[in-house]
Design a protein around this ligand. Structure first.
Ligand SMILES: NC(=O)C1=CN([C@@H]2O[C@H](COP(=O)(O)OP(=O)(O)OC[C@H]3O[C@@H](n4cnc5c(N)ncnc54)[C@H](O)[C@@H]3O)[C@@H](O)[C@H]2O)[C@@H](O)CC1
Ligand SMILES: Nc1ncnc2c1ncn2[C@@H]1O[C@H](COP(=O)(O)OP(=O)(O)O)[C@@H](O)[C@H]1O
Ligand SMILES: [K+]
Length: 505
């Protein structure tokens, strides 16, 4: 699914209207009807209480006015507050006239703000994607009033005051919505942690925007859902054998962190790898042979941490990092791996921290290497980000400079590609914020990079999605608080099964 800017969204709206030979108020009616259907399916008139529709001067306000009319028709108690403005959009004006006279309408003023009780449901239709600068004056006062009262707010399209594509100036007034109901395609602002308190839960409703126009628009940002991945993971071939699916090598673990190696190993085995060898320090031998008999154990001469790189010639992909620690000898192993590897690499955790300590090693990264930092690890590779938008700029520059893929982990994990594109993942849940979840991802990605039939991009997209999906499936059994990294590994199989085509490659 594409992520479009505010300007592109406007373009699609207009092209849809043209293609249908209809008018903008028809599309507005459709959007507001979808919004109203969503709301009325969740809140009866009694549950909603008094519905206050706050309408701004543009088409977002127009949406609000249509919703007010429809809610009134469906038996809700509705009151409209209009933001005073010099100019109102044409569709605002049309829908202001269509509002039944019995629906009370008042004008917002700093000295006349709506009374908010626990029985009030606020529909925020002040501003949407047309917001061009931070709120001030009455609009800012209204928003502060709503937030101070912790009002139950459902925002149409965007929480008012929030910019669609750019960072928010500090301390500017933005509605804190419980839900944000938007249309058709996600917006970048929804995916960034710094906006979480404004957006609440977000939902997309289809309004029949023109598919062809969306298809044609160029964007560097995508939201990865099942259709994005359709056809990418082929069914296993009938006569396929363990050699067909790659021999992966994992370099993981150190004394006290052999568990990280075991988790990555289990994950790799549940992600379709043909053969797997695990290299740990000697202290890991008994643990690995007992915990994961499917993997071959190849121990380092050193008891507690990795000191030597094994011969690489048998392997189709190598993953390094989970639990390895940051010893100088281990850093040497990493440097040697970067110099010698001819096969795809996945680097995580302490391998990234070691790269951060010795940044000249970054020049050795083989093209299409996948790095999987969380934001703190990414900062060690680059610099502290001013905000989430700046972090994305750093991500793009890093991927382009080093011609690598970076999986920047989080609630909406963002995969940065060497061509400057971003792919935001749609699966996963807060239960995955638990030790070992990242080690599982390393195992998954190492398995997929060993598949000669997958590109680096597809391996990264599939792996990140399946990892999150496995977490979601696991959480259906364990709940989010009860989710463990081991539980994620158990649901990788079903997650991959959902993505697998019915045809072999
Ligand atoms: N374009 C379309 O055909 C559709 C638009 N829709 C709705 O229309 C919205 C976009 O409408 P608009 O482009 O009219 O934009 P908005 O309604 O978001 O706001 C634009 C208006 O606010 C003013 N404005 C911008 N920033 C301001 C600020 N900081 N302080 C005070 N005034 C400010 C602008 O001058 C303009 O009058 C979407 O978010 C969505 O809710 C939907 O009805 C779907 C169809
Ligand atoms: N709130 C969340 N929603 C979705 N996924 C999450 C959330 N929190 C963490 N995750 C996922 O869990 C994993 C955590 O990885 P990481 O921070 O490396 O943990 P660890 O080092 O403990 O293994 C990442 O893949 C991340 O995307
Ligand atoms: K809004």
């Amino acid at each position: 699914m594409k992520i479009l800017t505010a300007a592109q969204t406007k373009q699609v709206d207009q092209a849809t209207i043209q293609a249908e030979n209809s008018s903008s108020d028809v599309l507005m009616e459709r959007a507001a009807t979808a919004f109203t259907d969503w709301l009325t399916a969740r809140q009866s008139p009694a549950e909603a209480g008094e519905v206050l529709v706050l309408a701004g001067p543009g088409n977002n306000g127009g949406d609000g006015l249509v919703a007010a009319r429809l809610l009134h028709q469906r038996g809700y108690s509705v009151r409209v507050w209009v933001l005073p403005a010099e100019k109102y959009s044409a569709d605002f004006t049309v829908n202001r006239q269509r509002l039944p006279a019995v629906v009370p309408v008042a004008e917002l003023a700093s000295e006349q703000l709506p009374t908010l009780t626990t029985n009030t449901l606020v529909i925020d239709a002040l501003f949407g994607t047309g917001l061009s600068r931070p709120l001030e004056g009455i609009a800012a006062s209204v928003v502060q009033h709503l937030n101070a009262a912790h009002a139950r707010v459902v925002a149409i399209d965007m929480p008012s005051g929030l910019l669609t594509d750019a960072p928010q100036p500090k301390d500017s007034a933005v509605v804190h919505a419980r839900h944000t109901i938007s249309f058709e395609l996600p917006k970048l602002a929804f995916l960034l942690p710094q906006n979480a308190a404004f957006i609440g839960d977000w939902h997309l409703l289809p309004i029949g925007l023109n598919r062809e126009v969306i298809e044609q628009l160029e964007t560097p940002m995508y939201f990865v859902d099942v259709p994005t991945l359709a056809g990418k993971l082929p069914k296993r071939a009938k006569f396929g054998h363990k050699g067909t699916y790659g021999h992966a090598l994992l370099l993981a673990g150190s004394k006290g962190k052999i568990g990280a190696a075991v988790l990555a190993t289990k994950a790799c085995l549940h992600s379709g790898v043909g053969l797997l060898t695990l290299r740990t320090p000697a202290v890991g031998y008994d643990v690995v042979q007992t915990a994961v008999p499917e993997a071959m154990a190849l121990v380092d001469p050193h008891q507690d941490f990795l000191t030597e790189l094994p011969d690489l010639k048998s392997y189709s992909a190598v993953g390094m990092g989970p639990g390895i620690g940051q010893q100088t000898a281990t850093q040497e192993v990493l440097a040697q791996l970067l110099r010698e590897a001819k096969m795809p690499l996945v680097l995580d955790a302490d391998a990234l921290n070691l790269l951060g300590q010795q940044r000249e090693l970054l020049a050795l990264l083989p093209p299409d290497t996948i790095l999987t930092p969380h934001p703190k690890e990414f900062e060690r590779l680059t610099e502290p980000a001013r905000d989430d938008y700046h972090r994305l700029e750093l991500l793009r520059a890093f991927c382009q400079q080093h011609q690598c893929y970076v999986v920047l982990k989080g609630a909406y994990t963002c995969l940065g590609a060497p061509d400057g594109r971003f792919y935001f993942n749609s699966t996963g849940n807060p239960g995955m914020g638990t030790g070992g979840s990242g080690d599982v991802l390393t195992g998954v990605l190492t398995a997929l990079r060993g598949h000669s039939f997958l590109s680096a991009l597809d391996a990264a997209l599939l792996g990140v999605y399946a990892h999150g999906r496995a977490g979601d499936l696991a959480a259906q059994h364990t709940g989010e608080a009860g989710l463990s990294a081991s539980a994620i590994t158990r649901f990788l199989g079903p997650a991959f099964q959902e993505l697998t085509t019915t045809e072999p490659f």
